[in-house]
Design a protein around this ligand. Sequence first.
Ligand code: F6P
Length: 341
Amino acid sequence: MRIGVLTGGGDCPGLNAVIRAVVRKGVSVHGHEFVGFRDGWRGPLEGDTMPLDIQAVRGILPRGGTILGSSRTNPIKIEGGVDRIKDNLRATGVDALIAIGGEDTLGVARQLYERGVKVVGVPKTIDNDLSGTDYTFGFDTAVNIAMEAIDRLHTTAESHHRALICEVMGRHAGWIALHAGMAAGANVILIPEKPFDIDRVCEYVESRFRTRYSPILVVAEGAHPIEGQLELQTGELDAFGHVRLGGIGELLAKEIEKRTGKEARTTVLGHIQRGGTPTAFDRVLATRFGLQAIDAAHEGDFGTMVALRGTDIVRVPLSEATAELKTVPVSRYAEAEVFFG
Ligand code: F6P
């Protein structure tokens, strides 16, 4: 078979590890050929390819980002997009696709599969918000980066008797905030799944100051106050209709200063959480996903996504994996709340 590989959506550490595993096993065990499509769905949409053989994947295991490039191109929104992809797959002699991406990229994969394209999905995202898999690769790296940053905030916060807020990514799921905040001993963690009460947040801040320690707050970019408490700004939309998030940390700092009279400052980690080398956990998970994905393609098991269940790598229908977002359950947040204040 000749198999096309693409990486779509926000990049994350571990993408290259998947590409390497797919190509290494695909060539040496199954005897397939590969072609790389550049920049997510833009590649097959425009027929933009690059060579993808064993030589091309040498040395990429520890490298962050993706050698194929990525984009948030949504071919479903483009007039005639699906037919253009089908034509380009035919023209480049590609029999099947391995699409590595999150909710959006795999949502497109599902729709293409329903319209006759042979595709296998691999779940990636630092947000860890894909159903059907216990973890996505990229998440562990992002959490470790955020944890290290929060550890560093503790010491400087205490020197200056300030409240320090760390704003992390995660879109509409609070997984990064929850795990990084728990791992780094945050005094308050705010996630999108539970609208926060600003009065309560200020109480936690004040009680922490009373113990002569400085409060550290971790806020997910998608967190928001109980309706009517504070006014939020809205950002622009991307091709998948997602609003660009960010700014809640700054808003929170202003409000805490106003209400408590204590200095509050914000650090926004932003894309630092997505850059650089993957952790060992993400390298192994990404590699195992890649090995399973090429087996699925080889066996003709299309319309599936590889997934982690416990310690096993399994296959689940793309339709199940993209049906709804996996958000933080109330019980998981309650575990973290024990340490607030
Ligand atoms: O989905 C991954 C993610 O990093 C989110 O956590 C964040 O909201 C978004 O992508 C940022 O997107 P962009 O790379 O377009 O700034």
